[in-house]
Unconditional design. Structure first.
Ligand code: FAD
Ligand code: NDP
Length: 608
């Protein structure tokens, strides 16, 4: 039997019996500061001055055992450990303190009045870019949070770890393969700069895949550790609604658990779509498989003509792989078409084949891959154009990149009555990412009418958590989001395409300043003369406000990220002209654009 005077019991009792418990020392200036803060806030506190007691040192040891913090002040609010002086002041500033205080009044929300006890303040479905950001931020603000993440394997059995699309089968492996391809180009450039290298450099697919997968493994591990450190409960289980506040989770071993939550955040992302044609799922793959494909892809067909198809075709060709893109209609729908076509023609010049106007109608396997013999599969693809003309061709790999479906159809969403857009299964939300059910929110790729990009999902997750559990008031700004297509020559843009600018302001009110460009780096290797291009789209009646920035060049992503702040702040053409460039860079082109498209002047660059 533990005596009542046991130091740990003394600690527990103070915490249990006081909404705010402060372990303090009478002479410590930080303890005085904390006590003054609570007094200024008119909040009653239970104080135990450890320096006035004989067992003071034992009580501090008990605090260490309980919280990992031995020092004073040591503050608890409604049973939750807040920390020392700095932690308490920070909690006051970021709203966590208010949230913890509210807990005893029935919950974190001022919009909700029920006093039902839930297992969690917040359960997030989906541990991808958005879900992880939201859950970590909410937990940091004092909410009790769980995140459910479960990866349903692809038809050929590919699966991955925590972190969602971006880390495992999206941005990260894609950019690393893009880098692998660029290095191939750099090797041949290097010879022109005097490096003495073997005549032909060869690439080993397996080595690259293993290295990239090892890096991804370390990221998966890092995410698990981060969740643990932030006290987010990670459930490696598939979640589905039982009712609007209750979820059933099913893990790999089919073990079912029921959890309840005050708030539920949907962040389930999307998965690649397969066409409804014979052989698609049996013999085709998607971006979910390519980055960990254990065998060399061989001759590859990429179906689709947006971000994913073009990026994958770009890095495959850069690695020396025979790549063909099957384009149903146009390249990069929704993007500035002049820029999309510049990318297309550059890719074509660099050995990527385009089959315009065709869609596949059937896939048949002629021969299975044989690992012992090291031979790849042989797949016959039949395709058809609008005139009904058929085409047949053999490939080793067929990759579908024809869009992604929101993961909202197997999560019992009807049991929560959350409204979806029937056309695409995406979640309809207001500007606060709130669904028609007030305690259910959605972020990331499943949001109807929003961009499917990692930083967009992260921003929405962070800001939502701050609004729900902190003092946050900011809404995610979905306008002027910069983006980049990581094709061999990258395409970066921010703001409106020329087509959209004309639609919005009228052709007469638009002035486009533009120039071709040749990066200095490619002059000595004598390649890609005037293959780069930059343009600023300006609105004449708004003092030439820049409403669109577009660039095709190496490292366009890096360039676009920086200039995007200018567009967000409403920069005009004169502001760009006033900015002094950094020479010699590609980015400086935006500070020196003189020629307008309407003038018809030749904008090919001839010198430095
Ligand atoms: P996700 O990251 O997809 O996470 C959702 C998670 O929820 C997944 O782990 C999923 O398995 C899990 N889940 C789903 N349903 C359940 C359930 N019922 N229970 C439990 N777990 C569930 N964006 C960029 O900004 N830059 C890029 O360069 C870029 N490149 C890309 C390249 C490719 C090939 C692809 C496919 C995408 C790329 N994207 C890029 C887009 C980016 O990856 C996504 O926008 C981002 O990952 C979306 O985050 P999310 O949180 O909405 O969903
Ligand atoms: P998209 O939805 O952007 O594009 C789908 C493409 O497939 C279009 O070219 C479309 O052609 C074509 N298509 C659709 N159906 C068929 C069909 N049945 N047969 C043949 N072609 C078809 O999808 P993605 O998969 O490329 O990308 C999804 C999202 O992921 C992007 O919107 C982007 O937000 C994100 N992403 C971002 C990246 C980045 O930031 N760098 C990189 C990769 C992805 P049509 O124009 O005729 O409809």
């Amino acid at each position: 039997v533990v005596p009542r005077t046991d130091p740990i019991t003394i600690v527990e009792d103070l915490i249990k019996n006081n909404r705010i418990a402060v372990f303090s020392k009478t002479t410590c200036p930080f303890c005085i500061k904390v006590k003054q803060l609570f007094s200024a806030l008119n909040l009653e506190i239970g104080v135990l001055e450890v320096d006035t007691r004989e067992d003071g040192a034992d009580i501090q040891d008990a605090l260490l055992q309980k919280t990992g913090q031995k020092t004073v002040p040591n503050v608890f609010v409604n049973g939750e450990h807040v920390g020392g002086c700095d932690n308490t002041i920070e909690a006051h500033q970021n709203g966590r303190l208010q949230f913890l205080l509210n807990k005893s009044e029935g919950g974190p929300s001022d919009e909700m009045t029920d006093d039902v006890k839930y297992d969690y303040d917040l359960v997030v479905i989906g541990g991808g870019s958005g879900g992880l950001a939201a859950s970590k931020e909410a937990a940091m603000l004092g909410a009790k949070v769980a995140v459910c993440d479960f990866v349903v394997p692809t038809p050929i059995g590919t699966a991955w770890g925590l972190g969602g699309t971006c880390v495992n089968v999206g941005c990260i492996p894609k950019k690393l393969m893009h880098q692998a391809a660029i290095l191939g180009q750099s090797v041949s450039d290097a010879k022109k700069f005097g490096w003495e290298l073997p005549e032909t450099a060869t690439h080993n697919w397996k080595t690259m895949v293993e290295a990239i997968q090892a890096h991804i493994g370390s990221l998966n591990w890092g995410y698990r550790v981060a969740l643990r450190e932030k006290k987010v409960n990670y459930l490696n289980a598939f979640a589905e609604f039982v009712d609007p506040h209750t979820l059933k989770t099913t893990d790999k071993k089919k073990k079912e658990t029921t959890i309840t939550a005050k708030y539920i955040l949907l962040a389930t992302g999307g998965r690649p779509r397969y066409p409804d044609i014979p052989g698609a799922q049996e013999f085709g793959i998607t971006s979910d498989d390519i980055f960990s494909l254990p065998r060399h892809p061989g001759k590859t067909l990429l179906v689709g003509a947006s971000y994913i198809a073009l990026e994958c075709a770009g890095f495959l060709a850069g690695l020396g792989i025979d790549a063909t893109v099957m384009v149903r209609s146009i390249l990069l729908r929704g993007f500035d078409q002049q820029m999309a076509n510049l990318i297309g023609s550059y890719m074509e010049k660099h050995g990527i084949r385009f089959q315009h106007g065709y869609v596949p109608t059937k896939l048949e396997r002629i021969e299975e891959a044989c690992i012992e013999k090291g031979t790849p599969a042989r797949i016959k693809v039949t395709s058809q154009n609008e005139q009904g003309e058929l085409m047949e061709e053999e490939y080793n790999t067929v990759l579908f990149a024809i869009g992604r479906d929101a993961c909202t159809n197997k999560i019992g969403i009807e049991k929560a009555n959350v409204m979806l857009n029937p056309k695409n299964g995406k979640v309809i939300c207001d500007e606060k990412e709130q669904t028609n059910i007030p305690h259910i929110y959605a972020i990331g790729d499943i949001l109807d009418g929003k961009l499917e990009l990692t930083p967009v999902a992260i921003q929405a997750g962070r800001l939502l958590a701050q609004r729900l559990f902190g003092n946050g008031t900011l809404l995610t700004d979905y306008v002027n989001v910069p983006t980049t297509v990581f094709t061999p020559l990258e395409y970066g843009c921010c703001g409106l395409s020329e087509e959209d600018a004309i639609d919005k302001y009228g052709a007469k009110d638009i002035e486009v300043y533009h120039s071709y460009l040749t990066p200095l780096e490619v002059t000595v290797p004598k390649r890609d003369d005037n293959e780069g291009y930059a343009k600023l789209i300006c609105v004449k009646s708004l003092n030439e406000k820049v409403v669109g920035l577009h660039i095709v060049s190496p490292n366009a992503g890096e360039i676009t990220q920086g200039f995007a702040i200018g567009l967000k702040l409403g920069a005009t053409k004169a502001d760009f002209d006033n900015l002094i460039g950094i020479h010699p860079t590609i980015a400086e082109v935006f500070t020196t654009l003189k020629s307008t498209k309407s003038s018809g002047v030749d904008v090919l660059q001839k010198g430095c």
